[in-house]
Design a protein around this ligand. Structure first.
Ligand code: THU
Length: 122
C-alpha cells in the first residue's frame, strides 16, 4: 500500500469522528508491517479535555490487537499531528508519517516531526 493510498483510508474514516465541539474531523490509518491497516478517529467529550485524538485511538486499537512498537511501517493522518501525538508516534517507531497540512501532502520521519525526542533510557 502506498502512502497516498493510506492517506485515502485516513480521509475516508474521518467521517466517523465524533467531534461535535470542534467539528474538526480527524482520521488516521496505520499500516502494520504485516500489511494490516488499523484505523482511528478523534472522539470528543462535553468535558473538553477528556477528548481523545485520532492517532491515540488508532494506536491503542493496534496495541489491543497485539501489535507492538517496531511492528508499524507508516501512518497517515488527514491533519498535522499535535505535539502530544508526535510523542506517541515516536514511541511506536513509525518509519514514515504522511499528513495533510495547509493543503499540501507531506511525508516526514518522526525525527523530523519531533527532534531531540525524550527517551527514558540514557
Ligand atoms: N486532533 C486529533 O485527533 N489529532 C491531532 O493530532 C490534532 C487534533 C483532534 C482533537 C480534537 O478532537 C480536534 O482534533 C480539535 O483539536
Amino acid at each position: 500500500m502506498t502512502d497516498l493510498e493510506l492517506l485515502a483510508r485516513a480521509d475516508a474514516i474521518a467521517e466517523r469522528a465524533y467531534a461535535p465541539y470542534s467539528t474538526f474531523l480527524v482520521g488516521v490509518a496505520v499500516l502494520a508491517r504485516d500489511g494490516v491497516v488499523i484505523e482511528g478517529v478523534n472522539v470528543e467529550n462535553g468535558a473538553y479535555p477528556l477528548g481523545v485524538c485520532a492517532e491515540k485511538n488508532a494506536i491503542s486499537t493496534a496495541i489491543t490487537q497485539g501489535y507492538r512498537p517496531g511492528e508499524f511501517e507508516a501512518i497517515a493522518i488527514n491533519a498535522s499531528p499535535c505535539g502530544g501525538c508526535r510523542q506517541w508516534l515516536a514511541e511506536m517507531g513509525f518509519e514514515r508519517v504522511t499528513f495533510r497540512n495547509r493543503g499540501e501532502v507531506v511525508t516526514m520521519t518522526v525525527a523530523e516531526l519531533l527532534p531531540e525526542s525524550f527517551e527514558l533510557a540514557d
